[in-house]
Design a binder for this molecule. Sequence first.
Ligand code: CO8
Length: 259
Amino acid sequence: GVGQVQVDMNSETGVATVRLNRPPVNSLNLDVLTELGIALEKLDADRTCRAMVLASAVPGIFSAGLDILEMYQSTPERCVAFWRALQDAWLGLYGSRLVTMAAIEGHSPAGGCLLAMSCDYRVMADGKFQIGLNETRLGIVAPFWFEDVMLNTIGHRETEKALQLGAMYSAQQALSIGLVDKVVPLAEVMPTVQGELKNWLQIPDAARVITKTSMRKQVLDRLRSQKEKDAQFFADFIGRDSVQRSLGAYIASLQKRKS
Ligand code: CO8
């Protein structure tokens, strides 16, 4: 595909590469999340596909996370639609039967970190890029299922610190707490992912998928059982004056940083 979510399926290897392509920073708006959800659904249904690499078509960025403009001065209806698209994309990714690998070749805050953590394996470029759930720094709160995914990735103690502080980690720091699995120079990220995929693809799919499902089902079901409530909570929370003020200030600080 050539849209904001590019899918390249290699039918010889059974590996699909999915690249986010929304310059300048791959922020996730309603359209991109909808496209991503559909792409994941299609790959899941494609019996020739065994694995997926999630990456970016935009140099220097994996994803800047949720599009802040979807949360700022929006309407409750739009907020709910936006949140449903995020829920569905995430349920598709975290629950995917495919081997999923994140090739993190750039910054990966907030929603970007969520996407990466939701894969089976993460390789990150060494250097200046950062990854983490920074929500509290924006005056917002990572939803319970973001928290669940992080708990499942780095454990309770590190998650407590990471979430309260809204901590952003360098690749080396992320490696040391288990937030990513491997750190290599930028040019080595893709080759490293391809090499690691060989290990995962040696395992018979059926046994691996049953194991993955068993490990992730509880967290998936927790959201599945309260999607509407969660979407409504998001819309209500985002609509608060105090939250809107925090987001407004954060957007201003992002713009100021540039000059
Ligand atoms: N959404 C919308 N616009 C963004 C975002 C974003 N997430 N990130 C950056 N932009 C904009 C910038 O404002 C800038 O716009 P402009 O050109 O008009 O000034 C443009 O994109 C380019 O950004 P930068 O110049 O900052 O690009 P850099 O390459 O220097 O830096 C970074 C890239 C590191 C990604 C930096 O832009 C950054 O830190 N962005 C903010 C990332 C962030 O904090 N994301 C959090 C989103 S919240 C989320 O994902 C989960 C929310 C859960 C909600 C729960 C509520 C209940």
